[in-house]
Design a protein around this ligand. Structure first.
Ligand code: ZN
Length: 346
């Protein structure tokens, strides 16, 4: 009898365990089934605790007189508990991300302050508050290629009022053999513009120079266009004969040459269409340089305005728009000009 009891009890226990397993399974995937409270003993303690927080009126696990609860209620409570944990995890992740973002921003601000401090030449060159810079007065001007006298280069196109407002300079070796040749600042000055202007112009550098003439301080802008590379930044002081870039093709739309201008009007920038295309705004470059090769030496520095190209504000530099000075495509080289140049240098 004792043995029979043990077997029977064992069998009953096995049956109970089996049915318990079924109940747990049902609780997750089957329609609502009545479940006795003790069946919750297997639920994770933390989930249970959070479930009671989430559904205080529905589930009271820890009270002795807890009412019976359905599997569906349990499933809902579990889902709510999981949702709450997920929400809190997300909240913590968001807080951590925000803290990281603030830390990075603070680090960048510190780095920016430090870099400003460690670049005294730049901070001296540009006074951001007033947008002015200091330059030495030019002691004379040279040609921008084959310095100082354009040795090895010839003028393929000259200056013409209401036409070509600058000069095109090519190497006498012909073709694109001058591609990448050095381009020099014609005199002491400060870079007021240096960027890729895209179609028609390519890379452009504009340098502002101050010089004394007939007892007066005068200013000009020298412009270097179609560059293959730009070696200076806006705000940088440059010296006479300093290499500022290399000869290019304006991204392959011309043969390699330098388009070079000298402006007496300092407001033109890249907005030539807004200004009269004549000697009221421009100099003939060769005539100007030839007349200003040597100026009386001057000491000290002169303050110049940096931000005078107000008309440029409306230009969208990234647009594939044609800012070209020339309406005709193709080579700027004139066979006759090349022949004359070669003949004159031999
Ligand atoms: Zn040109």
């Amino acid at each position: 009898m004792g043995r029979g009891f043990v077997v029977g009890a064992g069998f009953s226990f096995a049956l109970l365990a089996h049915s318990f397993a079924q109940q747990v399974e049902l609780a997750r995937e089957s329609p609502p089934q009545p479940v006795a409270a003790p069946a919750f003993s297997g639920v994770d303690e933390e989930v249970k605790e959070r479930a009671s927080e989430a559904l205080p009126s529905l589930v009271h696990y820890n009270r002795p007189a807890a009412p019976k609860i359905t599997a569906e209620q349990m499933r809902k409570a579990g889902a709510l508990a999981r949702q709450k944990i997920e929400n809190e995890t997300r909240l913590q992740a968001a807080r951590a991300a925000e803290a990281a973002r603030r830390f990075v921003a603070a680090s960048q601000a510190t780095q920016a302050r430090q870099s400003r401090i460690s670049e005294p030449s730049l901070s001296q060159a540009i006074n951001l508050r007033t947008e002015t810079a200091f330059t030495k007065l030019a002691n004379g001007f040279d040609f921008p290629i084959g310095k100082p006298d354009a040795q090895g280069y010839y003028k393929a196109r000259g200056f013409h009022s209401h036409g070509h407002l600058g000069e095109d300079w090519d190497g006498i070796r012909g073709g694109d053999t001058d591609f990448g040749d050095p381009i020099y600042s014609i005199g002491e000055g400060v870079v007021v513009f240096a960027r890729d202007c895209h179609m028609g112009w390519g890379n452009v550098v504009i340098i502002r120079h101050a010089f004394r003439e007939n007892g007066m301080i005068k200013s000009i802008d020298s412009l270097y266009g179609h560059l293959n590379t730009i070696l200076v930044q806006r705000g940088r002081p440059v010296s006479r004969g300093e290499k500022i870039g290399t000869m290019g093709t304006a991204h392959g739309i011309y043969d390699a040459h330098l388009h070079f201008e000298i402006r007496k009007n300092l407001e033109i920038g890249m907005s030539r269409a807004a200004f009269a295309r004549d000697l009221s705004n421009y100099y003939d470059p060769t005539k100007f340089i030839s007349a200003h090769r040597q100026l009386s030496p001057a000491r000290g520095s002169y303050r110049i305005a940096m931000n005078t190209f107000t008309r440029d504000a409306s230009i969208r530099w990234t647009e594939r728009r044609n800012y070209s000075h020339s309406t005709s495509r193709g080579t700027s080289e004139s066979a006759a000009a090349l022949k004359r140049a070669v003949a004159s240098q031999h």
